[in-house]
Design a protein around this ligand. Structure first.
Ligand code: ADP
Ligand code: MG
Length: 560
């Protein structure tokens, strides 16, 4: 049985399988490698995922959701046409769709997968990703950091096995920059840095805001549907600037337009470039490398296709970045290769990969100046190689203390309160003088992001007492029974059937255009939609195909 690799992206998701040692991307039912990570509840309660859902995001915003990966591991609830879903449930629909497409492509059942997550994902987010897999009926064999996967593909494509790489992964909603070494058949991720609130979407937004400023419109108070239309047009405009230097943002429905070129876009993105620069500097600093010691700068992620990005990197780093074949497919291919390693395919078995811990893990120590504001004491430092186990010693802060609460935190802030609390272990101790208690704290963090903390009271040799905790943040996590119950409920939501996908895609596109246009164009769209419905109802395939061809032509014309 095949293990597939999945890049579960904020914007787009892909599936990949390792065949004869090569990563093969799995096309979805529309024949595309990228499936937009968008979910929509259809008129009959069926779940649409991907391009159809992306169209519905504009025509039926109240029934659709996107970018939910940003909320993985939080309590946020999305309401789609009256149905409530958590981010991991919405992700599970995407996974279910990818699994189905993979099964059709491979002709066998798929029950196991390796899934990639951004290096900056914390424990809750990683846990939520596993849960999404479980809800989709997939056993998640392993989670891998996206930069690790990107690095793996990159070295394979370039055929350049020896060297240091700077991997710049700029997607729709996240930026990950990593320094990667590949020597003696060992890939080692030396450092990662990231901003999981920075991506190509931000460029769409600066374009949209500039358009509004240009036309004295209020971007912030625009209604949801209108804003979605404008953002879509902005994205289209941004993509056009990847293959041509000048274009125009035309908003038909509003009768407004604005010229745009790459120079202007570079100016609009100034703020974003500053943030990009910070992330790169942190990665280089943490890796203790100078840019001169990097052999190759590799561009990954859809937003890396933008000329303003490669130009910026080139001037900033004084080096020409290397664009691998399709930057937005690089992570998926790497995860596919990981999946192959998982299956122990002969030819890549001896490839060793080292992952690193992207954040600092530690415990609270008393702050003598401010009791309520304990200070973070790092046990496992950011960028430690995984799996890793570290031990530290702590003691009692006052005389005759009878209890010590060891709080477990994740993050880079000086004060614990500014970091994420993962849990706590309470130890009863014998009352002794301040500084006499000997508490051993051991952190073990494995490659799946599961943290085990053991606290041992070693004050009296021979009568040591230990308490262990495997970290789960109860408030965010479901018990096994809850997962079972939710699994049953989710099964009642059916994915849109594969048959007639082309007609549905065309209909969804038409409905979106209907929402976006006015007047004669709108009537033209409406008439075409009516024709398609009749053709579908007629059950006459030839008539339907002809009708769809005409509709695609018309809609394509209206979209340009
Ligand atoms: P993620 O990893 O976040 O799921 P991707 O790597 O698929 O995302 O990148 C998606 C982003 O790439 C989007 O913001 C999209 O607008 C942008 N993008 C895709 N193709 C192009 C292009 N040709 N030019 C500019 N931006 C692009
Ligand atoms: Mg990505």
């Amino acid at each position: 049985m095949a293990v597939i690799g999945i890049d579960l992206g904020t914007t787009n998701s892909l599936a990949c399988v390792c065949q004869d040692g090569r990563a093969v991307l799995i096309p979805n039912s529309l024949g595309e490698n990228l499936t937009p990570s968008v979910v929509s509840v259809g008129e009959n309660g069926e779940i649409c995922v991907g391009a159809v859902a992306k169209e519905r995001l504009i025509s039926h915003p109240e029934a659709s959701a996107s970018s939910f990966k940003r909320y993985m591991g939080t309590n946020k609830v999305f309401t789609l046409a009256g149905n409530n879903f958590t981010p991991q449930e919405l992700s599970s629909f995407v996974l279910r769709q990818l699994k189905e497409d993979a099964e059709r492509y491979l002709g066998e059942e798929v029950t196991e997968a390796v899934i990639s997550v951004p290096a900056y994902f914390n424990d809750n987010q990683r846990y939520a990703t596993r849960e999404a897999g479980r809800l989709a009926g997939i056993h998640v064999e392993r989670l891998v950091n996206e930069p690790s996967a990107a690095a793996l593909t990159t070295s394979r494509i370039s055929g350049e096995e020896e060297g240091s790489y700077l991997v710049f992964d700029f997607g729709g909603g996240t930026l990950d920059v990593s320094v990667v070494d590949y020597f003696d058949n060992v890939i080692e991720i030396v450092a990662v840095s990231g901003d999981n609130r920075l991506g190509g979407d931000d460029f769409d937004e600066v374009i949209a805001r500039s358009f509004c400023a240009h036309h004295h419109m209020d971007y912030d108070n625009m209604d949801q549907q209108k804003r979605a239309s404008l953002l879509r047009l902005s994205e289209k405009c941004k993509k056009e600037l990847t293959c041509q230097d000048e274009t125009e943002l035309v908003w038909e429905a509003e009768g407004k337009r604005m010229p745009l070129n790459n120079l202007l876009l570079a100016g609009l993105g100034q703020n974003l470039f500053d943030r990009i620069s910070q992330v790169i500097n942190t990665a280089l600093r943490d890796s203790a490398r100078s840019i001169e010691e990097i052999d190759e700068i590799v561009l990954v992620g859809g937003s890396s296709k933008m000329p303003v990005i490669s130009l910026y990197l080139q001037t900033q780093l004084k080096r020409k970045p290397n664009m691998v074949a399709s930057p937005d497919e690089v992570v998926a291919m790497g995860v596919g290769i990981y999946a192959g390693i998982k299956e122990r395919k002969q030819d890549i078995r001896d490839l060793v990969l080292t992952d690193i811990c992207p954040f600092t893990l530690g415990v609270n120590v008393v702050n003598y100046v401010d009791d309520d504001n304990p200070i973070m004491s790092a046990v496992i430092e950011r960028n430690s190689v995984l799996p890793c186990s570290r031990t530290d010693w702590y003691t009692n802060a006052c005389d005759n203390q009878t209890k010590i609460v060891v709080g477990i935190y994740q993050g880079e802030a000086f004060y614990c309160n500014d970091n994420l609390k993962l849990g706590a272990i309470e130890m009863d101790i014998a009352p002794v003088r301040k500084g006499r208690t000997r508490l051993k704290v051991c952190f073990t963090y494995d490659i799946n992001g599961i943290l085990e903390v053991e606290v041992t009271d070693c004050t009296n040799p021979g009568v040591e007492r230990a308490k262990r905790k495997v970290l789960t943040s109860e408030n965010l996590r479901l018990s096994d029974e809850e997962i079972e119950r939710r699994l049953k409920e989710l099964r009642t939501y059916k994915l849109m059937p594969h048959g007639g996908i082309r007609a549905k895609m065309v209909m969804a596109r038409g409905e979106r255009l209907y929402a976006q246009t006015l007047g004669a164009r709108r009537q033209e769209v409406a008439a075409m939609l009516g024709q398609i419905q009749q053709a579908v109802a007629s059950g006459d395939d030839r008539r339907l195909n002809e009708c769809l061809r005409m509709a695609e032509e018309l809609f394509g014309h209206l979209d340009t």
